[in-house]
Write a protein that binds this ligand. Sequence first.
Ligand SMILES: [Zn+2]
Length: 569
Amino acid sequence: MRSLTVYYMVMSCQLQALQPFITHLLPPTRTVRLTEVIVEPEDVCFQLTTTAPAACCPRCAVPSSTVHSRYRRHLTDLPWGTRPVHIQLTVRKFVCRNLHCTRRIFTERVPELVAAYARKTHRLIAALQAIGVALGGQAGARLSKRLGLPASRDALLRLVRRLPLPVIPPLRAIGVDDWAYRKRQRYGTIVVDLERQRPVALLHDREADTLATWLRGHPGITVIARDRLKAYKDGARAGAPQATQVADRFHLLQNLAEALDQVFSAHGPALKAVSDAQSCLPVTQADGRTAVSVPPSTPTPQAQTRAAQRRARRLATYAQVWTLHREGWSNRVIAQHLGIGRMTVVRYLQAPTFPERKSRSETRRSLLTPYQEDILTRWNAGCREARQLFQAIQRHGYTGSYPTVARYVQRLRQAQGLRPRGRRLGPTLSRVVAGRPTPLTTRRATRMVLKPPSKQTDDGTQLLACLKDQHSELAAAIDLAQGFAAIVRERQPDGFDSWLARATASAVAPIRRFATGLRADYEAVKASLRLPWSNGPVEGQTNRLKMLKRSMFGRAKIDLLSRRFLRAA
Ligand SMILES: [Zn+2]
């Protein structure tokens, strides 16, 4: 018994004097009296005893004052400082006086302090739940240990699971989007209250029926902003036929970007031509002087051979994918048969011509990279000898080989149009700068097209003009894409119909497919151009959800995830 561990006892309080103060620090109960406080080096122990004259049988609710026996319950409460607090609560067992009751003996309850059979007080449980909601199991267990209220990871998660989900207020406008439990494998649905900008529900899948059922439970919704998933369209129509569906403008632009990306992928050579032409142009520096950039490196013959072999392998796979596709096999079967990813199959089938891989040398770092700036400075100051430059950077810690330096110096000569080993020096030479323009990837080109005109740079405008000159299809795609982006951004429902007609008639297949998709969802797209609602708040919440999901290593089931996500919002 704890009261016998006298050797640890530091002091036993003068209870009469201290009782009123200490009682304030205990959980608020009127039916319990403090009898003793024991402060030990490792913990604090309160001995409490119940004071109610009678208690009601939990089965038949008839009061009884016939005491059968007493026993002690051992509880844990919030710590004092970092010292854990134990409560020894003496409770009585009563005899049930109701002859018809099946219960003969029952223990009195102290519902303000602790639940029946529980070992933790209500307020300790509330504190642990707050920690669990904020931090989850593992991190929560670490923090609670530091704070003196230790609980295992599993115990914390169990407590969080016991919390009810927050009550959902009456809703008017909601945003619906999907989120990935596991990318490309399993998805759920997030529902956000657009007026209050708070998440209200997580649904376990992204099926039409699930959404419809949820919507039926929340009548009064008049606006549903959603992405262009067909299931959401059907679910919203079935569950809330009264509501106006609004396609999300962000997703509209995202779908457009995907279509553009396909257009640019099919025109890889045109992009490369524009990119190369741009990298050879002299750049004007801040001080008004022109400078030339270092040209891209040419790979060694061995590297070229290896690259050619890799390309041949990819080309063969590309041909096989199309052959199998024409034979009628599904993407999944093709991917399995060829041992490649399903998304690779999709990408190959979306590309009418073989998609070339972007060169990796553009972004590759070498041992020389940190010293390039140093070499350039010396070079521009007139030092043109590779051997001297090599020795100079070696003194600064360069550990790479001489040929690497020599190849780089060769590129510098090339930039200034010098003959190999030429020694022509003079003020007419332009300075060489490292800042080569970033290569024009499909993604960068797409971003440039969709950039609002107010944010467009001169370089961007020039580059787009070059791209349009390369091919009539590129020109058409860029014009149509910019037209649609403007309609969405400035919300001009009037311009939409004529745009749709032009896009549907266009010769660019990906844009035509995009337009067909819009036509299938015409009402919602049109509504998105008329109404101010957007799924912006949903995107924000989806990001928070992703972070939460990753912090639980993707192991959390939806009940736990919903509680942590919705309660911490
Ligand atoms: Zn009873």
